[in-house]
Design a protein around this ligand. Structure first.
Ligand SMILES: [Cu+2]
Length: 103
């Protein structure tokens, strides 16, 4: 009976220790700096295109957030520093859409 209690306590401790804060860093490594990059987007013809880019670029590992403005033809991406512009562009590139880093 004593051993059973010890086992339960151990499980609860593990859940408490590993569960705390684990949701915050699902994609970016906690110690890694994040950067915000702005791209110009050509070829969008409706808000659906913007939403599609947000979804595909948002799925790139290390990407924290994506905001695409159809009106301004711009994509703002917050991601881990190790994510390259090429990775982001490759993720959203289609025959119709072109994304370029903005200075
Ligand atoms: Cu569209």
């Amino acid at each position: 009976m004593g051993k059973f209690l010890v086992a339960i306590t151990a499980v609860v401790l593990v859940v408490l220790l590993t569960g705390c804060g684990s949701d915050e860093s699902s994609s970016a490594t906690p110690s890694e700096q994040t950067v915000t990059r702005v791209f110009t987007v050509e070829g969008m013809h409706c808000q659906g295109c913007a939403t599609g880019i947000e979804t595909t670029v948002g799925a790139v590992p290390g990407v924290v957030s994506v905001s695409v403005a159809y009106d301004g033809a711009q994509a703002t991406v917050t991601c881990a520093e190790s994510v390259t512009n090429e990775q982001l562009i490759a993720a959203m590139q289609t025959p119709e859409l072109t994304m370029k880093p903005m200075e």
